[in-house]
Structures are given as C-alpha cells and as structure tokens.
Ligand binder design. Structure first.
Ligand SMILES: NC(=O)c1ccc[n+]([C@@H]2O[C@H](COP(=O)([O-])OP(=O)(O)OC[C@H]3O[C@@H](n4cnc5c(N)ncnc54)[C@H](OP(=O)(O)O)[C@@H]3O)[C@@H](O)[C@H]2O)c1
Length: 247
C-alpha cells in the first residue's frame, strides 16, 4: 500500500497501536479518521492531533453501518480501512465467568473485523487504489494458554485475511495482515504494559518502515514477532508454546 495520500479509517484508533499508527499516518500526509467507543478520547485526539474521530462499537452491527454511512458521505475518497479494534482478557475455563469473556472476545475480535469488511469492502473495490488491513498477533501462530479464546480469535482473523486476500485478488483492494508481537499498551493491563513488551514507538517505527519499504507485503512482521510467526516452520513450536505457558 502507498503510505501517503490515502484517506484511512482506523477502527479501534482511540489508544495503543491504532492511535500510534493514526498519528504516524497523519504526519505522513494521509487523511486519517479514528473510531472507537470512548468519546472523551476521540475529543482529546481531535484537539491534540487534529485527527477526526467517530464513535464506533464493533460489536454492534448498526454502529458499523452508521459509521460506514457517515465516513463515506464525508470522505468519498476513503480508500483504506484498518481493523485494529480488539480486546484481550485472560480466561480460566473452569471459572464460571470465563464464558462471558470468551463470547465478548469473539464478538469484538472476530465478528468486528468481519462486519467491517462486509460494510466497507464493496465501497473500497470502487476506489482505484485501496487497502484493508487486519491486526492479528504472534499468538495467532503460537497460542497463549492463559488466553485461549483471544489466541483463537487472532488465528481466525489470520485465516480470514488469507481467504479475503484471495477473494479480492482481482480487485483494487490490497489485503494486509499486521501481526504484532507483545507491544507495550494497555490492552491487557500489566500483562501488556510491561518491560518485556516492545515499546510502542519502536513498534510503530518499524511497522511504518515495513509499510513504506514493502508496498506489496501481505503481512507486516516486525523482527520481534518472527520467532512466533515461523515457530511451526522452524520446528520450535513446542518450545515456544511451553515457554509462553511458563514451563
Ligand atoms: N499490545 C499487544 O501486545 C498486542 C499484540 C498483538 C496484537 N495486538 C492487537 O492490536 C490491537 C490494538 O490493541 P492495543 O494493544 O493497541 O490495545 P488498546 O490500547 O487497548 O487498543 C484497543 C483499541 O480497540 C478499541 N476497541 C476495543 N473494543 C472495541 C469495540 N467494541 N468497538 C470499537 N473499538 C473497540 C479501543 O477503543 P475504545 O475502547 O475507545 O472502543 C482501542 O482503540 C488489538 O486488536 C490487539 O489484539 C496487540
């Protein structure tokens, strides 16, 4: 994808990786619109960075429909959508409340991007140069035992993205998977906001460099995620899985 001159919607851009990408893409000469549930953050982002915001709850089909109507009416040149919105919670299957966590995780992380694709893909195919970007995780490739549903949602989005790319092969829409490693954000409290996690600035620097230097890339993989991404192929899967599980 080209990294300047786009009109980009970042669904899930009020904090963390989505916001950091929004700021970089805005600075790089793109029109950026961020969307999320927290109105206070949308207002702050507009005031501090001059980036427009829209309310969005990806678990609500009508909210996605409204977002589509508003954004395409106000920005008919929209040519890229980044589906970043996601939640991560630890679950213990023997705990009663873990089913609720699992269901909310699927609704946000799997149904969210699928609904976004259904809402925006037909419009994007009418643009001369378009892109859909999904956000998976290293955990799509080696699951974290403490977060089984989260890991499964990311594996699902990986598979969905591969199939989507093939379906849109003969259209103007490029389909890109961004698979981050552990990155320092508030996604899962101290489990992601810690010293072992890649600093957010470094992560977004490397991601922007990859987007710029590999305009045809199917996947954006910073070096830190490669041991997980290629564990199965490298024969290190069992070792990496056990290490993640803490044994
Ligand atoms: N940090 C990591 O280690 C890591 C690693 C691999 C992959 N990822 C993925 O990267 C993405 C961004 O996560 P992050 O680390 O940047 O965490 P974050 O700061 O918590 O960002 C999550 C974003 O998703 C939005 N979101 C959550 N539920 C939503 C909903 N129902 N509707 C609309 N927006 C929603 C949040 O906005 P509102 O709360 O305002 O709605 C927020 O902007 C996620 O998909 C995550 O799985 C993160």
């Amino acid at each position: 994808m080209k990294t300047t001159g786009n009109t980009i919607l970042i669904a899930g851009g009020t904090s963390g990786i989505g916001l950091a990408l929004a700021r970089r893409l805005h600075e790089a000469g793109n029109k950026v619109i961020v969307a999320g549930r927290r109105r206070r953050l949308l207002d702050e982002i507009a005031a501090e960075h001059g980036i427009e915001g829209e309310l969005l709850d990806v678990t609500d089909e009508s909210s996605i429909r409204r977002l589509f109507e508003t954004v395409t009416a106000e920005h008919p040149q929209l040519n890229a959508v980044i589906a970043v919105a996601g939640i991560m919670r630890f679950e213990q299957v023997l705990d009663r409340d873990s089913l609720d966590i699992a269901e909310r995780t699927v609704a946000t992380n799997v149904l969210g991007p699928i609904r976004l694709v259904h809402a925006f893909a037909p419009f994007l195919t009418r643009q001369p140069d378009a892109a859909i970007l999904t956000v998976t995780s290293g955990l799509a490739y080696v699951p974290l035992a403490g977060a089984p549903t989260y890991s499964a949602t990311k594996a699902a989005v990986h598979a969905y993205t591969e199939a989507l790319r093939e379906q849109l092969r003969d259209t103007s829409v490029q389909v890109i998977e961004i698979a981050p490693p552990l990155v320092r954000t508030d996604l899962n409290g101290e489990a992601t906001n810690n010293d072992r996690a890649m600093p957010l600035d470094e992560y977004v620097d490397e991601t922007m460099r990859l987007l710029e230097s590999q305009p045809d890339a199917a996947q954006i993989l910073v070096d830190r995620v490669k041991p997980m991404r290629f564990a199965e192929a490298d024969g290190t899967y069992d070792k990496v899985f056990a290490a993640l599980a803490g044994r």
